[in-house]
Design a protein around this ligand. Sequence first.
Ligand SMILES: [Zn+2]
Length: 157
Amino acid sequence: MGRQPLWRRVSFMPQITYFKPAGIPLTHLQEVCLSVEEAEAIRLKDLEGLEQEECAQKMNISRTTFARVLGSARQKMADALLGGKAIRIEGGNFEMAVRRFRCINGHEWDVPFETMVSAPPQFCPACKTGSIMSLWPPGLGWGRGGRGRHRRGGRGW
Ligand SMILES: [Zn+2]
């Protein structure tokens, strides 16, 4: 019995993950937490202008799920924008579509998610050194796993 993976495919990690309205004292500041996959849904649909079907495929989820993620994302953004709330982007159930690696000699290459799962790289494809590290997304090193989990109060990933 294959269990459906819970995570959604994400191929972009925002560099700026906190937005704060000007002129609101911190004590009065309310926060909206946008998950990484919600940010990705907005990016694919509203920024790149893809069809829902395409977006769903890219994120490896059904159209219905995509519509729900997108709806939730838009609702949160509207809430933040009109209610003067800060937006934090973190966490969620997602998996990066690619992982970037660099070897000790400076070669860099991308490893697709499927490969990461079945056979994570051991050597640099260019110079065959075993001294390699995961570069991207930031904060994901070896041993910590690559799955973004929502941790309340934590850093998200
Ligand atoms: Zn190399």
